[in-house]
Design a protein around this ligand. Structure first.
Ligand SMILES: C[S@@+](CC[C@H](N)C(=O)[O-])C[C@H]1O[C@@H](n2cnc3c(N)ncnc32)[C@H](O)[C@@H]1O
Length: 262
């Protein structure tokens, strides 16, 4: 488990300033499943700059957040600075949520692609109300697809493309900010099945939209806190950048698991 450094946190903020709406498409699955949050409370694991937090708030959710390093995003109800790989024992006794969510966090937490830390898995179950949803969305593990799922690599949006982008950009050039372990969400669904019924497990198509190639390179360089030169970043992302009229898109896929508390 590795925490974010201060530099890494700053680089996240720089990326967001540069292109505030770049990550909007990553939130579509949360909008689909959690559209009505009125009167409900969600727990967000690893809130970072608050990209998902804002999306939930816009849909009416009251949000409690946890992060190992980042301070509270604006408007949250409660924020805990804590390490979720050691479980959620720091939450108040009897804490009960209508939803537990995370976006792009678990690859910082897991030691094994097929399991969440057992203490985290059992604590997530303990704090989710019966009927409540758990939505976990993260970078897909390459080569780990059960045959029951649709073919992942549709054009540029599949796991293979995502794995290629991450291999080029994150390893070995970026600061070590995660374990390099990408989760097999279907296996995590199995791990959780004692307490949760499956709802969905799918590749979530997303793409980052940029006004031009220069902003794309600067954005990606900041977000991954890369030591690479801008030209090297361009070389890594250009095979995937899709020109569409005036905008540039970097398409990829995140793996999304949705389960419901029994
Ligand atoms: C890639 S960022 C994603 C942030 C946010 N969810 C988003 O999508 O913008 C990963 C976040 O997880 C947090 N994090 C990493 N390891 C953690 C841990 N063990 N416990 C709690 N938070 C952690 C980091 O501080 C960071 O904010």
């Amino acid at each position: 488990m590795t925490a974010f450094t201060l530099e890494r946190m700053d680089s996240y903020r720089e990326a967001e300033d540069l292109c505030p709406r770049a990550r909007v498409s990553e939130l579509r699955s949360f909008r689909d499943y959690l559209s009505d949050g009125n009167g409900k409370v969600a727990l967000e694991l690893g809130s970072g700059n608050g990209t998902l937090t804002r999306c939930l708030q816009e849909m009416g959710w009251t949000v409690d957040t946890i992060d190992i390093a980042f301070q509270a995003p604006a408007g949250v109800h409660r924020h805990y600075i804590a390490n979720i790989s050691e479980g959620l024992g720091f939450l108040p006794k009897g804490a009960a949520y209508d939803a537990v969510v995370s976006l792009a966090v678990l690859h910082h937490v897991a030691d094994c692609p097929r399991r969440l830390p057992d203490i985290l898995a059992s604590d997530i179950a303990a704090v989710t109300k019966p009927g409540g949803l758990v939505m976990l969305q993260d970078v897909p593990a390459p080569g780990s697809l059960p045959s029951s799922r649709p073919q992942p690599d549709e054009g540029h949006f599949g796991a293979a493309n995502t794995a290629r982008i991450f291999a080029n950009l994150v390893d070995p050039y970026s600061e070590p900010t995660h374990n390099g372990v990408y989760l097999e969400m279907a296996a995590i669904g199995k791990q959780l099945e004692t307490n949760f019924s499956p709802i969905a497990c799918f590749y979530h198509r997303c793409d980052w939209g940029f006004p031009d190639a220069d902003v794309a390179a600067r954005y990606v360089r900041s977000l991954f806190h890369l030591n690479m030169s801008k030209a090297d970043v361009k070389a890594a992302i250009n095979p995937t950048l899709q020109a569409a009229k005036t905008d540039l898109h970097l398409p990829w896929a995140l793996d999304c698991l949705v389960v419901q508390r029994i």
